[in-house]
Design a binder for this molecule. Structure first.
Ligand code: 13P
Length: 434
Protein backbone atom coordinates (compact mmCIF):
# COMPACT_ATOMS: atom_id res chain seq x y z
CA UNK A 1 0.00 0.00 0.00
CA UNK A 2 2.90 2.33 0.66
CA UNK A 3 3.86 2.16 -3.00
CA UNK A 4 0.50 3.71 -3.85
CA UNK A 5 0.80 6.28 -1.07
CA UNK A 6 4.27 7.20 -2.31
CA UNK A 7 2.86 7.57 -5.82
CA UNK A 8 0.35 10.01 -4.40
CA UNK A 9 3.21 12.02 -2.96
CA UNK A 10 2.58 11.17 0.71
CA UNK A 11 5.31 11.16 3.33
CA UNK A 12 5.75 7.49 4.21
CA UNK A 13 8.82 7.69 6.46
CA UNK A 14 10.80 4.45 6.46
CA UNK A 15 7.81 2.31 5.42
CA UNK A 16 8.59 -0.47 2.99
CA UNK A 17 7.53 0.15 -0.58
CA UNK A 18 8.50 -1.02 -4.04
CA UNK A 19 10.57 1.71 -5.58
CA UNK A 20 10.47 0.28 -9.08
CA UNK A 21 6.67 0.09 -8.98
CA UNK A 22 5.95 3.70 -8.06
CA UNK A 23 5.54 4.71 -11.70
CA UNK A 24 3.23 1.79 -12.32
CA UNK A 25 1.20 2.80 -9.26
CA UNK A 26 0.95 6.34 -10.63
CA UNK A 27 -0.19 5.00 -13.98
CA UNK A 28 -2.83 2.82 -12.35
CA UNK A 29 -4.13 5.69 -10.27
CA UNK A 30 -4.41 7.86 -13.38
CA UNK A 31 -6.17 5.15 -15.36
CA UNK A 32 -8.58 4.50 -12.52
CA UNK A 33 -9.28 8.19 -12.35
CA UNK A 34 -10.00 8.40 -16.10
CA UNK A 35 -12.34 5.43 -15.93
CA UNK A 36 -14.07 6.51 -12.75
CA UNK A 37 -12.86 3.42 -10.82
CA UNK A 38 -12.41 4.07 -7.14
CA UNK A 39 -9.23 2.88 -5.45
CA UNK A 40 -9.69 2.93 -1.71
CA UNK A 41 -6.45 3.42 0.18
CA UNK A 42 -5.84 3.47 3.94
CA UNK A 43 -6.34 6.80 5.68
CA UNK A 44 -4.35 5.95 8.79
CA UNK A 45 -1.65 3.54 9.86
CA UNK A 46 -0.06 1.94 12.91
CA UNK A 47 3.59 2.92 12.91
CA UNK A 48 6.65 1.85 14.88
CA UNK A 49 10.39 2.34 14.68
CA UNK A 50 11.21 -1.35 14.66
CA UNK A 51 9.61 -4.44 13.24
CA UNK A 52 9.40 -6.18 16.60
CA UNK A 53 6.80 -7.28 19.13
CA UNK A 54 6.34 -5.01 22.14
CA UNK A 55 7.90 -1.86 20.66
CA UNK A 56 6.30 1.59 21.00
CA UNK A 57 3.64 2.16 18.34
CA UNK A 58 1.46 5.07 17.28
CA UNK A 59 -1.54 5.71 15.07
CA UNK A 60 -1.04 8.41 12.43
CA UNK A 61 -3.22 9.87 9.73
CA UNK A 62 -1.73 9.26 6.30
CA UNK A 63 -2.39 12.88 5.33
CA UNK A 64 -0.22 14.04 8.25
CA UNK A 65 2.66 11.96 6.90
CA UNK A 66 4.94 9.45 8.60
CA UNK A 67 8.14 10.88 10.02
CA UNK A 68 11.52 9.47 9.13
CA UNK A 69 12.67 6.54 11.22
CA UNK A 70 9.07 5.33 11.62
CA UNK A 71 7.34 2.81 9.40
CA UNK A 72 3.78 1.77 8.74
CA UNK A 73 3.20 -1.79 9.91
CA UNK A 74 -0.59 -2.09 9.93
CA UNK A 75 -3.61 -0.12 8.85
CA UNK A 76 -5.17 2.08 11.52
CA UNK A 77 -8.65 1.92 13.12
CA UNK A 78 -10.26 4.38 10.68
CA UNK A 79 -8.97 2.41 7.72
CA UNK A 80 -10.36 -0.79 9.23
CA UNK A 81 -13.82 0.79 9.38
CA UNK A 82 -13.42 2.18 5.89
CA UNK A 83 -12.50 -1.22 4.44
CA UNK A 84 -15.28 -2.93 6.33
CA UNK A 85 -17.79 -0.47 4.88
CA UNK A 86 -16.46 -1.17 1.40
CA UNK A 87 -16.70 -4.93 1.94
CA UNK A 88 -20.18 -4.79 3.37
CA UNK A 89 -22.60 -5.98 0.71
CA UNK A 90 -19.86 -6.89 -1.81
CA UNK A 91 -20.72 -9.87 -4.01
CA UNK A 92 -17.23 -10.91 -5.10
CA UNK A 93 -14.03 -10.21 -3.22
CA UNK A 94 -10.53 -11.11 -4.32
CA UNK A 95 -8.12 -10.51 -1.46
CA UNK A 96 -4.47 -10.47 -2.31
CA UNK A 97 -2.10 -9.29 0.41
CA UNK A 98 -2.49 -8.75 4.17
CA UNK A 99 -3.09 -5.32 5.72
CA UNK A 100 0.05 -5.36 7.82
CA UNK A 101 2.70 -7.52 9.40
CA UNK A 102 0.12 -9.94 10.79
CA UNK A 103 2.82 -12.42 11.86
CA UNK A 104 3.49 -10.10 14.82
CA UNK A 105 0.40 -9.79 16.97
CA UNK A 106 0.93 -6.06 17.62
CA UNK A 107 0.42 -5.43 13.92
CA UNK A 108 -2.18 -8.09 13.13
CA UNK A 109 -5.40 -6.23 13.95
CA UNK A 110 -6.05 -4.76 10.51
CA UNK A 111 -5.53 -8.06 8.72
CA UNK A 112 -7.62 -9.93 11.27
CA UNK A 113 -10.54 -7.51 11.15
CA UNK A 114 -10.62 -7.57 7.37
CA UNK A 115 -10.33 -11.39 7.37
CA UNK A 116 -13.29 -11.66 9.74
CA UNK A 117 -15.32 -9.30 7.60
CA UNK A 118 -14.51 -11.37 4.52
CA UNK A 119 -15.71 -14.48 6.40
CA UNK A 120 -18.93 -12.71 7.42
CA UNK A 121 -19.84 -11.64 3.91
CA UNK A 122 -19.05 -15.15 2.65
CA UNK A 123 -21.68 -16.46 5.03
CA UNK A 124 -24.11 -13.94 3.59
CA UNK A 125 -23.50 -15.31 0.10
CA UNK A 126 -20.51 -13.43 -1.32
CA UNK A 127 -17.86 -15.32 -3.28
CA UNK A 128 -14.53 -14.62 -1.62
CA UNK A 129 -11.20 -15.61 -3.06
CA UNK A 130 -8.07 -15.39 -0.99
CA UNK A 131 -5.05 -15.39 -3.24
CA UNK A 132 -1.36 -15.23 -2.45
CA UNK A 133 0.76 -17.05 0.10
CA UNK A 134 0.65 -14.26 2.69
CA UNK A 135 -3.11 -13.77 2.67
CA UNK A 136 -3.61 -17.54 2.66
CA UNK A 137 -1.29 -17.86 5.67
CA UNK A 138 -3.15 -15.06 7.46
CA UNK A 139 -6.58 -16.57 6.90
CA UNK A 140 -5.28 -19.89 8.18
CA UNK A 141 -3.69 -18.28 11.23
CA UNK A 142 -7.06 -16.80 12.18
CA UNK A 143 -8.77 -20.16 11.62
CA UNK A 144 -11.00 -18.74 8.89
CA UNK A 145 -9.83 -20.79 5.91
CA UNK A 146 -13.09 -22.73 5.82
CA UNK A 147 -15.19 -19.61 6.10
CA UNK A 148 -14.20 -18.20 2.73
CA UNK A 149 -15.09 -19.54 -0.70
CA UNK A 150 -11.60 -20.25 -1.93
CA UNK A 151 -8.04 -20.02 -0.68
CA UNK A 152 -5.13 -20.24 -3.05
CA UNK A 153 -1.50 -19.80 -2.19
CA UNK A 154 -0.93 -18.71 -5.77
CA UNK A 155 -1.18 -14.94 -5.93
CA UNK A 156 -0.46 -15.14 -9.65
CA UNK A 157 -3.35 -17.53 -10.09
CA UNK A 158 -5.78 -15.12 -8.53
CA UNK A 159 -4.59 -12.46 -10.95
CA UNK A 160 -5.29 -14.88 -13.79
CA UNK A 161 -8.77 -15.22 -12.39
CA UNK A 162 -9.16 -11.46 -12.56
CA UNK A 163 -8.24 -11.68 -16.23
CA UNK A 164 -11.24 -13.91 -16.73
CA UNK A 165 -9.53 -17.30 -16.90
CA UNK A 166 -11.22 -20.25 -15.22
CA UNK A 167 -9.33 -21.75 -12.30
CA UNK A 168 -10.22 -25.26 -11.16
CA UNK A 169 -10.27 -24.26 -7.49
CA UNK A 170 -12.77 -21.51 -8.14
CA UNK A 171 -14.81 -23.63 -10.51
CA UNK A 172 -15.25 -26.07 -7.64
CA UNK A 173 -16.94 -23.37 -5.58
CA UNK A 174 -19.55 -23.14 -8.28
CA UNK A 175 -20.29 -26.78 -7.53
CA UNK A 176 -21.36 -26.05 -3.98
CA UNK A 177 -24.00 -28.60 -3.21
CA UNK A 178 -27.64 -27.82 -3.55
CA UNK A 179 -29.83 -28.80 -0.69
CA UNK A 180 -32.40 -31.55 -1.24
CA UNK A 181 -31.28 -32.95 -4.57
CA UNK A 182 -30.74 -36.11 -2.53
CA UNK A 183 -30.16 -36.67 1.15
CA UNK A 184 -26.68 -35.80 2.44
CA UNK A 185 -25.51 -37.79 5.44
CA UNK A 186 -22.66 -37.65 7.92
CA UNK A 187 -22.55 -41.03 9.62
CA UNK A 188 -20.23 -42.12 12.41
CA UNK A 189 -19.45 -45.81 12.69
CA UNK A 190 -18.13 -46.19 16.21
CA UNK A 191 -17.19 -49.85 15.68
CA UNK A 192 -16.16 -51.57 18.97
CA UNK A 193 -15.47 -48.34 20.85
CA UNK A 194 -16.89 -46.50 23.88
CA UNK A 195 -18.57 -47.95 26.95
CA UNK A 196 -22.11 -46.85 27.70
CA UNK A 197 -20.95 -44.01 29.90
CA UNK A 198 -18.45 -42.79 27.33
CA UNK A 199 -21.10 -43.04 24.63
CA UNK A 200 -23.59 -40.99 26.66
CA UNK A 201 -20.99 -38.30 27.39
CA UNK A 202 -20.02 -37.99 23.76
CA UNK A 203 -23.62 -37.97 22.52
CA UNK A 204 -24.39 -35.05 24.84
CA UNK A 205 -21.54 -33.16 23.22
CA UNK A 206 -22.89 -33.99 19.77
CA UNK A 207 -26.47 -32.99 20.55
CA UNK A 208 -25.26 -29.66 21.96
CA UNK A 209 -23.18 -28.90 18.86
CA UNK A 210 -24.89 -30.51 15.90
CA UNK A 211 -28.23 -31.67 17.29
CA UNK A 212 -30.20 -29.17 15.25
CA UNK A 213 -28.64 -29.85 11.89
CA UNK A 214 -31.08 -29.28 9.05
CA UNK A 215 -29.04 -29.28 5.87
CA UNK A 216 -28.03 -32.94 6.20
CA UNK A 217 -28.64 -35.95 8.38
CA UNK A 218 -26.29 -36.84 11.21
CA UNK A 219 -26.25 -40.56 12.02
CA UNK A 220 -24.33 -42.27 14.80
CA UNK A 221 -23.75 -46.00 15.07
CA UNK A 222 -22.71 -46.96 18.60
CA UNK A 223 -22.39 -50.58 19.78
CA UNK A 224 -25.59 -52.57 20.39
CA UNK A 225 -25.28 -51.96 24.13
CA UNK A 226 -25.37 -48.18 23.78
CA UNK A 227 -28.15 -48.02 21.17
CA UNK A 228 -31.07 -47.57 23.52
CA UNK A 229 -29.32 -44.84 25.45
CA UNK A 230 -28.33 -43.18 22.17
CA UNK A 231 -31.95 -43.17 20.98
CA UNK A 232 -33.08 -41.67 24.31
CA UNK A 233 -30.47 -38.93 24.23
CA UNK A 234 -31.21 -37.96 20.64
CA UNK A 235 -35.02 -38.16 20.64
CA UNK A 236 -35.66 -34.44 20.54
CA UNK A 237 -32.73 -33.73 18.21
CA UNK A 238 -32.11 -34.30 14.50
CA UNK A 239 -29.47 -36.96 15.14
CA UNK A 240 -30.45 -40.46 14.03
CA UNK A 241 -29.22 -43.74 15.40
CA UNK A 242 -27.90 -46.70 13.48
CA UNK A 243 -26.93 -50.23 14.44
CA UNK A 244 -23.68 -51.66 13.10
CA UNK A 245 -25.17 -55.01 12.15
CA UNK A 246 -28.23 -57.29 12.54
CA UNK A 247 -29.25 -60.83 11.62
CA UNK A 248 -31.67 -61.68 8.81
CA UNK A 249 -33.90 -64.06 10.76
CA UNK A 250 -36.84 -62.79 12.81
CA UNK A 251 -36.07 -64.71 16.00
CA UNK A 252 -34.92 -68.10 17.23
CA UNK A 253 -31.83 -70.08 18.08
CA UNK A 254 -29.16 -67.68 16.78
CA UNK A 255 -26.89 -67.18 19.75
CA UNK A 256 -25.30 -63.77 19.89
CA UNK A 257 -27.45 -62.22 17.16
CA UNK A 258 -29.86 -59.25 17.14
CA UNK A 259 -32.97 -58.98 14.96
CA UNK A 260 -34.43 -56.10 12.96
CA UNK A 261 -37.52 -56.09 15.21
CA UNK A 262 -35.33 -55.62 18.28
CA UNK A 263 -33.68 -52.60 16.71
CA UNK A 264 -36.99 -51.13 15.57
CA UNK A 265 -38.48 -51.67 19.02
CA UNK A 266 -35.98 -49.29 20.64
CA UNK A 267 -36.24 -46.65 17.92
CA UNK A 268 -33.19 -47.37 15.78
CA UNK A 269 -33.67 -46.15 12.18
CA UNK A 270 -30.55 -47.21 10.28
CA UNK A 271 -28.41 -50.31 10.12
CA UNK A 272 -24.92 -50.66 8.63
CA UNK A 273 -24.77 -53.84 6.56
CA UNK A 274 -21.91 -55.48 4.70
CA UNK A 275 -19.13 -53.51 6.34
CA UNK A 276 -15.77 -54.80 5.15
CA UNK A 277 -14.91 -55.80 8.71
CA UNK A 278 -18.06 -57.98 8.79
CA UNK A 279 -17.12 -59.40 5.39
CA UNK A 280 -13.45 -59.99 6.07
CA UNK A 281 -13.25 -60.77 9.79
CA UNK A 282 -16.62 -62.44 10.30
CA UNK A 283 -16.95 -64.06 6.91
CA UNK A 284 -20.17 -62.45 5.70
CA UNK A 285 -20.87 -63.23 2.08
CA UNK A 286 -22.72 -61.19 -0.54
CA UNK A 287 -25.61 -63.59 -0.13
CA UNK A 288 -25.87 -63.15 3.64
CA UNK A 289 -25.66 -59.39 3.23
CA UNK A 290 -28.42 -59.43 0.62
CA UNK A 291 -30.68 -61.36 3.03
CA UNK A 292 -29.97 -58.83 5.75
CA UNK A 293 -30.74 -55.92 3.40
CA UNK A 294 -34.08 -57.47 2.47
CA UNK A 295 -35.00 -58.05 6.10
CA UNK A 296 -34.01 -54.54 7.14
CA UNK A 297 -36.13 -53.02 4.36
CA UNK A 298 -39.06 -55.28 5.19
CA UNK A 299 -38.95 -54.08 8.80
CA UNK A 300 -38.57 -50.41 7.90
CA UNK A 301 -34.89 -49.95 8.77
CA UNK A 302 -32.69 -48.04 6.33
CA UNK A 303 -29.62 -50.06 5.33
CA UNK A 304 -26.27 -48.32 5.01
CA UNK A 305 -24.86 -50.86 2.61
CA UNK A 306 -21.05 -50.95 2.48
CA UNK A 307 -19.01 -51.99 -0.52
CA UNK A 308 -15.38 -51.56 -1.50
CA UNK A 309 -12.39 -53.26 -3.03
CA UNK A 310 -9.27 -54.56 -1.30
CA UNK A 311 -5.82 -53.24 -2.14
CA UNK A 312 -4.83 -56.28 -4.21
CA UNK A 313 -8.08 -55.96 -6.17
CA UNK A 314 -7.39 -52.32 -6.95
CA UNK A 315 -3.82 -53.17 -7.94
CA UNK A 316 -5.09 -55.82 -10.33
CA UNK A 317 -7.48 -53.28 -11.84
CA UNK A 318 -10.47 -55.18 -10.51
CA UNK A 319 -12.10 -52.30 -8.60
CA UNK A 320 -15.06 -51.94 -10.94
CA UNK A 321 -15.56 -55.72 -11.16
CA UNK A 322 -15.69 -56.01 -7.37
CA UNK A 323 -18.05 -53.05 -7.03
CA UNK A 324 -20.30 -54.39 -9.76
CA UNK A 325 -20.53 -57.78 -8.08
CA UNK A 326 -21.20 -56.31 -4.64
CA UNK A 327 -23.89 -53.95 -5.93
CA UNK A 328 -25.62 -56.57 -8.05
CA UNK A 329 -25.60 -59.15 -5.23
CA UNK A 330 -26.57 -56.63 -2.57
CA UNK A 331 -29.48 -55.22 -4.56
CA UNK A 332 -30.53 -58.64 -5.83
CA UNK A 333 -34.32 -58.94 -5.70
CA UNK A 334 -34.96 -55.32 -4.68
CA UNK A 335 -37.53 -53.42 -6.71
CA UNK A 336 -37.17 -49.77 -7.61
CA UNK A 337 -38.98 -48.48 -4.54
CA UNK A 338 -36.86 -50.59 -2.25
CA UNK A 339 -33.68 -49.55 -4.03
CA UNK A 340 -34.56 -45.89 -3.43
CA UNK A 341 -34.56 -46.53 0.32
CA UNK A 342 -30.96 -47.72 0.30
CA UNK A 343 -27.89 -45.77 1.37
CA UNK A 344 -24.62 -46.97 -0.12
CA UNK A 345 -21.22 -46.44 1.47
CA UNK A 346 -18.21 -46.87 -0.78
CA UNK A 347 -15.34 -47.79 1.52
CA UNK A 348 -12.16 -48.93 -0.22
CA UNK A 349 -10.79 -51.51 2.21
CA UNK A 350 -7.22 -50.21 1.78
CA UNK A 351 -8.33 -46.81 3.08
CA UNK A 352 -10.09 -48.01 6.24
CA UNK A 353 -8.23 -47.19 9.42
CA UNK A 354 -4.99 -46.88 7.47
CA UNK A 355 -4.79 -43.11 7.17
CA UNK A 356 -4.61 -43.69 3.41
CA UNK A 357 -7.58 -41.81 2.06
CA UNK A 358 -8.74 -42.22 -1.53
CA UNK A 359 -8.15 -39.01 -3.44
CA UNK A 360 -11.35 -37.11 -4.24
CA UNK A 361 -10.83 -38.11 -7.89
CA UNK A 362 -10.40 -41.81 -7.06
CA UNK A 363 -13.50 -41.77 -4.86
CA UNK A 364 -15.58 -39.76 -7.33
CA UNK A 365 -14.66 -42.15 -10.13
CA UNK A 366 -16.08 -45.10 -8.21
CA UNK A 367 -19.12 -43.17 -6.96
CA UNK A 368 -19.96 -42.14 -10.51
CA UNK A 369 -19.52 -45.75 -11.60
CA UNK A 370 -21.90 -46.95 -8.86
CA UNK A 371 -24.50 -44.41 -9.95
CA UNK A 372 -24.15 -45.46 -13.58
CA UNK A 373 -24.57 -49.09 -12.58
CA UNK A 374 -27.71 -48.28 -10.60
CA UNK A 375 -29.17 -46.40 -13.54
CA UNK A 376 -28.55 -49.48 -15.70
CA UNK A 377 -30.13 -51.84 -13.16
CA UNK A 378 -33.05 -49.51 -12.39
CA UNK A 379 -33.27 -46.12 -14.10
CA UNK A 380 -31.66 -42.73 -13.92
CA UNK A 381 -34.20 -41.27 -11.54
CA UNK A 382 -33.63 -44.11 -9.05
CA UNK A 383 -29.85 -43.85 -9.40
CA UNK A 384 -29.96 -40.08 -8.86
CA UNK A 385 -32.02 -40.44 -5.70
CA UNK A 386 -29.67 -42.83 -3.88
CA UNK A 387 -27.25 -41.36 -1.36
CA UNK A 388 -23.70 -42.65 -1.77
CA UNK A 389 -21.31 -42.00 1.12
CA UNK A 390 -17.54 -42.27 1.09
CA UNK A 391 -15.69 -43.98 3.94
CA UNK A 392 -12.04 -44.66 4.69
CA UNK A 393 -9.78 -42.36 6.73
CA UNK A 394 -12.12 -39.37 6.40
CA UNK A 395 -10.73 -36.48 8.46
CA UNK A 396 -11.44 -32.75 8.63
CA UNK A 397 -8.33 -32.05 6.56
CA UNK A 398 -9.41 -34.19 3.60
CA UNK A 399 -13.18 -33.98 3.71
CA UNK A 400 -13.71 -30.76 1.76
CA UNK A 401 -12.22 -32.21 -1.42
CA UNK A 402 -14.27 -35.37 -1.10
CA UNK A 403 -17.62 -33.87 -0.21
CA UNK A 404 -17.48 -31.23 -2.94
CA UNK A 405 -17.42 -33.99 -5.57
CA UNK A 406 -20.79 -34.28 -7.32
CA UNK A 407 -21.44 -37.95 -6.57
CA UNK A 408 -20.20 -37.98 -2.97
CA UNK A 409 -23.16 -37.34 -0.69
CA UNK A 410 -21.46 -37.52 2.67
CA UNK A 411 -19.22 -39.71 4.75
CA UNK A 412 -19.25 -42.90 6.76
CA UNK A 413 -16.58 -42.10 9.28
CA UNK A 414 -14.74 -44.43 11.67
CA UNK A 415 -11.88 -43.04 13.75
CA UNK A 416 -12.74 -39.37 13.28
CA UNK A 417 -16.34 -39.96 14.43
CA UNK A 418 -15.21 -40.80 17.96
CA UNK A 419 -14.12 -37.29 18.87
CA UNK A 420 -14.55 -33.56 18.24
CA UNK A 421 -13.43 -34.00 14.65
CA UNK A 422 -16.94 -35.35 13.91
CA UNK A 423 -18.31 -31.91 14.75
CA UNK A 424 -15.71 -30.34 12.48
CA UNK A 425 -16.81 -32.63 9.65
CA UNK A 426 -20.37 -31.44 10.17
CA UNK A 427 -19.17 -27.82 10.02
CA UNK A 428 -17.47 -28.51 6.70
CA UNK A 429 -20.64 -30.02 5.22
CA UNK A 430 -22.76 -27.13 6.42
CA UNK A 431 -20.43 -24.69 4.70
CA UNK A 432 -20.50 -26.59 1.44
CA UNK A 433 -24.24 -27.16 1.17
CA UNK A 434 -26.02 -24.11 -0.17
P1 13P B 1 -11.90 -44.96 9.33
O1 13P B 1 -12.59 -43.64 9.12
O2 13P B 1 -11.41 -45.16 10.74
O3 13P B 1 -10.90 -45.26 8.28
O4 13P B 1 -13.06 -46.09 9.17
C1 13P B 1 -13.89 -46.04 8.08
C2 13P B 1 -14.99 -47.02 8.27
O5 13P B 1 -14.78 -48.21 8.21
C3 13P B 1 -16.33 -46.50 8.53
O6 13P B 1 -17.29 -47.50 8.45
Amino acid sequence: MFTFLKALGKEIGSSRFEEDKVDLAKELLEKANEKGVEIVLPVDAIIAQKLEAGVEKKVVKIDDGIENGWMGLDIGPESIELFKDELNGAKTVVWNGPMGVFEIEDFATGTKEVAMMVADITEEGATTIIGGGDSAAAIELFGLERKVSHVSTGGGASLEFLEGKELPGIASIASKKKINSRKYILAGNWKMNKTNIEAAEFISKLTANIGKEKKFEVVIAPTFLALEKAVDLTTSTNIKVSAQNMYFEDSGAYTGEISADMLKAIGVEYVILGHSERRNIFGETDEIINKKIKKALEKGLTPIFCIGEKLEEREKDLTFNVIERQIKEGFNGLDKDEAKKMIIAYEPVWAIGTGKVATPEQAEEVHAYIRKLLSEIYDEETAESITILYGGSVKPNNYFGLFTKPNIDGGLVGGASLKESFIELADIMRDIIM
